[in-house]
Design a protein around this ligand. Structure first.
Ligand code: SF4
Length: 386
């Protein structure tokens, strides 16, 4: 029987007094009959594949926008943003010419704003030194801000139909299960194993459809948790013994709970905001407070996730500002809808202005889940050094 060339040996190491087996399990599975695998996958895709707006174009700009939006974000959340983004910034030149505040405003609610800044920076390079011609060469693509191996390959595959593999959350899960990969997929060896197998299975032509099909299999059938193996078109090729346990990953860092204190100040119908220089850089937030001082009345509290933190946003009527005065400005209510505001602060302002139903700041479905509640103000106080 033909064997895979991508073997990883089992090893044991001794470190000080502690001896442990290195994670590993040989990737010694028999090679898959790649042409037969592809035929089955593509036949399924032709009838069951998803109809996604970015699959109706081969424009590198539109495909790049979709791929950057889809990093860390689900299709259902991305779809309305993608359509609105292309209406507002239809090409590299328009995006390059836009002020950063407009770019952040169009992105607000999607989170991970570094993606928007990178896309903006990439557009400036393409519209400037590349004269609006997107490179076809993957190495050149990877020189652009925000384009790693996956994103460059995705544009090469979907815009230019180049035969390059794609490994992201969906395809990585499918490949790890097909291989019965016991390595952690977020380890260097696990990543290499999956990328190597993705390359081995890739067709020389029509890689665009093949890659889309593998993604859809992961999104619709080989889903996280228990997969729908009874519906799977490539089941005869799958070596997974306990698919629900795959892919293996490093355990998540424990959630940390923190409280951040902000102030709501109104004067003559204007609200005071602070331009952030740290998280959400360039966006406007309710001014930060020194949580150790007197804080006034608690007006609102919301929880939101941020990386491995669970943050409580607590808004007060008073308190000592943290940032120097030049970072704060008063805004009229009707200016708020055109300002870039991160979702938790937009929701807080929406809540605080809720007395007037016509004053809603909400423009898009919020991408981040939240609960709104009012704990006792004392429980939100930051423990301060004496
Ligand atoms: S048989 Fe099950 S585990 Fe294997 S690829 Fe199909 S859905 Fe995934």
């Amino acid at each position: 029987m033909q064997r895979s060339t991508s073997n990883v040996s089992i090893a044991a190491r001794s470190v000080g007094r502690c001896e442990f087996a290195v994670e590993h399990s040989a990737i010694d599975a028999p090679a898959i009959d790649a042409p037969a695998f592809r035929r089955r996958l593509l036949a399924w895709y032709r009838t069951q594949g998803r109809d996604l707006p970015w699959r109706h174009t081969r424009e590198p700009y539109a495909i790049l926008v979709s791929e950057i939006m889809l990093q860390q974000t689900q299709v259902v959340a991305v779809r309305p943003y993608y359509i609105e983004w292309l209406r507002r910034f239809p090409d590299f030149a328009t995006l390059a010419a836009a002020p950063e505040s407009d770019v952040l405003h169009a992105w607000q609610g999607l989170g991970y704003y570094a993606r928007a800044r990178n896309l903006h920076a990439a557009a400036k390079i393409i519209a400037g030194e590349k004269r609006s011609v997107f490179p076809m060469d993957i190495n050149q693509m990877r020189q652009l801000p925000g384009l790693g191996r996956y994103t460059a390959n995705a544009v090469a595959s979907f815009a230019f139909d180049q035969a390059v593999p794609l490994v992201e959350a969906n395809t990585g899960r499918v490949l790890a299960r097909l291989l019965n990969l016991q390595l952690r997929i977020d380890s260097a060896a696990g990543r290499d194993a999956v990328w190597n197998r993705a390359t081995e299975l890739l067709p020389r032509t029509n890689a665009r459809d093949y890659n889309s099909a593998l993604m859809d299999l992961g999104a619709l059938i080989c889903v996280p948790g228990p997969p729908k193996c009874s519906l799977c078109p490539v089941r005869p090729f799958c070596r997974a013994e306990e698919p629900a346990l795959l892919p293996r990953k490093r355990p998540r860092a424990a959630l940390k709970y923190i409280t951040e204190h902000h102030r709501f100040s109104l004067r003559k119908g204007r609200v005071l905001l602070e331009q952030s220089h740290t998280r959400w850089r360039g966006m406007w937030i309710l001014p930060r407070l020194n949580g150790c001082g007197a804080l006034g009345d608690l007006l609102h509290s919301t929880e939101f996730p941020f990386t491995h933190h669970r943050v409580t946003l607590a808004v007060y009527s008073g308190g000592e500002f943290l940032a120097p005065p030049p970072q704060r400005r008063w805004f009229a209510f009707d200016e708020l809808s055109s300002l870039p505001l991160p979702s938790p602060h937009r929701r807080a302002l929406d809540h605080l202005f809720a007395a007037s139903p016509t004053n809603s700041l909400q423009r898009f479905p919020a991408a981040l889940p939240s609960t709104t509640r009012m704990p006792p103000a004392a429980s939100l106080k930051t423990p301060c050094a004496r």
